[in-house]
Design a protein around this ligand. Structure first.
Ligand code: HAM
Length: 418
């Protein structure tokens, strides 16, 4: 128990973290290009924020939150997603007073008590972006273009972008009535959670994971057929903007998303792979959330993508990530006396920006070089009595096996390392 990570969590090991860092670098780069700045919010928030924000009839709030009372008897929840915290911060810091739109991104860990399986964890990581203060359909399309562009840069293939419009509270009210009418005759067959949702929020039934409920809603009326003219126009314009950026999409009227705050545009990006066909990114517009959480009316939209699912998809698609974290040089030494010289030299080389290491285990020089080989370093150099006395050493290119004799000084060594 003690030496096993809790179910649904995993370690990102030192030999794999370069993959995460590569993706995070690409994310920071693309966000800079889009003028989106990073926000960092706490891992935990008041439970009520998620109940009100994500919605208390959603699976996330009803079944999946890590909620506990702290020592001051406050109900606290580990964030199951990033939008609610970003909105809370937007309101708390009066960001509506800043020039709009406010664009922010986050790279965070999230917590959901779900049944772990490939691509589904209890602790997972999201990259998300939120745009506040604009209701333009151009914003919806631009926001969708960001993960699309990122995936393309990372080399992902076989992606599908599905979009839908789930209307505004006005059209949804009418739709909810239609849906209740449709479900009325099958009410007794619904699962207990969905019976409870029938009056409070029947749309959530469309998203239920139970196979019986899935069967019941199969032929339910579609929300997209009931949206008002304003929502229709908005959706048409989003499609036009996506088309003008050459982003291919399909309309999927069944997308409702698992969180309550969405209005108008919703979307999901899925990757078709041999082993999985999962949603790797999802989001949409949420014009009512800032107001719902106590701010004024501020239209907004955003998305989040799962980092683990992204890495899994890249692996499945055979996309290799170059490990740029390899050491450039290994400084070996012969005899205990020369250990001091080796330490001084690696220290000077590091000051010059060279990635270099030396022996820390008192190994023989042969064992040191074996270790250097395992590390995959490009160059090695051995310090014996002669090298130190004559201030000359042989710099060996490990790939090519070529040795070059050079002056034994950090500056000259650094100049010869490419
Ligand atoms: P979401 O669809 O719940 O949306 O999550 C976004 C992404 O997080 C999913 O597409 C998936 O890649 C990943 N994800 C979700 N749950 C798990 C899990 N248990 N294990 C691994 N990955 C997971 C949101 O969270 C919204 N806040 C997105 C958003 C931002 N909407 C507007 N702004």
């Amino acid at each position: 128990m003690l030496t096993k990570a809790p179910k649904g969590t995993m370690d990102i090991l030192p030999q794999n973290s370069y993959k995460w860092q590569y993706i995070e670098e690409e994310i920071r780069k693309i966000c800079k290009e889009f003028g989106v700045k990073e926000i960092r919010t706490p891992v935990f928030e008041h439970t009520e924020l998620f109940q009100r924000g994500v919605g208390d009839t959603t699976d996330v709030v009803e079944k999946e939150m890590y909620t506990f009372n702290d020592k001051g008897d406050r109900s606290i929840t580990l964030r199951p997603e990033g939008t609610a915290g970003a909105v809370r911060s937007f309101i708390e810091h009066g960001m509506f007073n800043d020039p709009q739109p406010t664009k922010m991104y986050y790279l965070i860990s999230c917590y959901r008590y779900e049944k772990p399986q490939a691509g589904r964890y209890r602790e997972f990581h999201q990259f998300g972006v939120e745009y506040f203060g604009t209701q333009s359909p151009a914003t919806d399309a631009e926001m969708i273009s960001l993960p699309w562009m990122l995936y393309k840069r990372l080399g992902l293939k076989n992606l599908t972008l599905n979009i839908n419009s789930i209307g505004c509270p006005k059209c949804r009210k009418e739709y909810n009535e239609k849906l209740r009418d449709y479900l009325k005759s099958r009410y007794d067959d619904l699962c207990e959670t969905c019976k409870n949702r029938y009056d409070r929020n029947p749309m959530r039934i469309l998203d239920c994971k139970s196979s019986v409920c899935k069967g019941i809603v199969k032929d339910a009326p579609l929300l997209i057929d009931c949206i008002c003219d304003e929502c229709k126009d908005h959706f048409e314009a989003v499609k036009k903007y996506l088309t003008c950026m050459d982003i291919p999409f399909s309309i999927d009227p069944l997308i409702v998303r698992g969180l309550d705050y969405y209005t108008k545009t919703v979307f999901e990006i899925t990757a078709k792979n041999e082993n999985s066909n999962g949603t790797i990114c999802g989001g949409g517009r949420y014009d009512g959330l800032v107001e719902e959480l106590g701010g004024g009316y501020v239209p907004a939209c955003g998305f989040a993508l799962g980092m683990e699912r992204l890495l899994l998809t890249m692996e499945e698609q055979g996309i290799e990530i170059e490990n740029k974290q390899k050491l450039q040089l290994y400084v070996g030494h012969i005899g205990d006396e020369n250990s001091f010289y080796a330490q001084k030299l690696v220290s000077e080389l590091r000051e010059l920006g060279i990635c270099v290491d030396r022996d820390h285990l008192g190994r023989s020089v042969k064992a040191q070089m074996k270790y250097a080989n395992k590390l995959g370093v490009k160059y090695s150099l051995i310090l014996g009595d002669d090298e130190i006395a004559q201030k000359r050493a042989k710099l060996k290119n490990m790939d090519e096996g070529i040795e070059t004799e050079i002056e034994l000084s950090a500056k000259t060594i650094a100049e010869n390392i490419i």
